[in-house]
Design a protein. Structure first.
Length: 251
């Protein structure tokens, strides 16, 4: 009998997924990082969007120590996370036609900017329309999704398409449909989701490549430092002042 606990099995599954995205998505990660670096160097602004739990990965690269100061959260009220009541409202909003257009129209996003869209399934109206409308605006779109959903589920967008069909670049998280890594005979449903772990790591890899690419070009990457180290707040203040016209979460 195996002595591997469910915790061991979950961590092993997460590690295996991380290895897969490292090996299989390396070119896409590099291309996405280069796209962000190009946008920064060309004077563009950076945005990240996700709804529901997919928003966690988007939020992880916004106003983050060691991250790019220019990354702004493109938030859809009620769809950012489980802070709305009832929590099911966020899921319902993902299926509302026209919401993405209203949010983009009210945002500072413009031609020449880049948008990272995180959606595990990529099947709902909100992420699909966000990508379509962003590209129509002249933005570059990086989609982070599980491509498996497009083969095994039905699109909820009127076009029958998925997020992956409307992006300049796609990062495949390799997460299986259902986002649950474990099963047990005495547990009635699959459990232990790994999408947040993997998607967050993918995006941090993209940011790392972007920062290194800028440095290789002789451009100082606009990075934030931890406010919990001496001098961190002063450093961040200087970065925010320098790029004030491209940072929107401080206003």
């Amino acid at each position: 009998m195996s002595d591997r606990t469910p915790a061991d099995r979950f961590l092993d599954a997460a590690i295996d997924l991380l290895r897969r995205v490292r090996d299989e998505e390396a070119d896409s990660v590099a291309a996405a990082g280069t796209l962000l670096a190009d946008t920064v160097a060309d004077g563009g602004r950076l945005f990240a969007f996700g709804s529901g739990h997919s928003s966690l990965a988007a939020q992880d690269i916004v106003y983050r120590a060691g991250g790019l100061a220019l990354m702004n959260l493109l938030a859809v009220p009620g769809a950012v996370g489980v802070d709305v009541m009832p929590a099911t409202l966020g899921s319902a909003l993902e299926r509302v036609d026209g919401l993405a257009s209203a949010v983009l129209d009210a945002s500072p996003a413009r031609e020449g900017d880049a948008l990272v869209i995180v959606s595990l399934s990529g099947r709902n109206a909100l992420p699909v329309e966000m990508a379509v409308n962003a590209r129509a605006l002249g933005m570059k779109v990086i989609g982070v999704t599980s491509v498996a959903y497009a083969a095994e589920t039905t699109s909820r967008h009127v076009s029958g398409t998925y997020l992956k069909d409307h992006c300049d670049l796609v990062l495949d998280s390799k997460i299986a449909v259902g986002d649950a890594e474990l099963t047990l005979d005495n547990v009635p449903a699959p459990f232990a989701p790994a999408s947040t772990v993997v998607t967050t790591a993918l995006l941090q890899a993209v940011v790392a490549h972007a920062a290194a690419t800028l440095a290789d070009r002789g451009v100082e990457p606009p990075l934030l430092r931890s406010g919990n180290v001496d001098g961190g707040h002063d450093w961040n203040g200087r970065v925010m002042d320098r790029y004030a016209d491209r940072i929107f979460y401080r206003r």
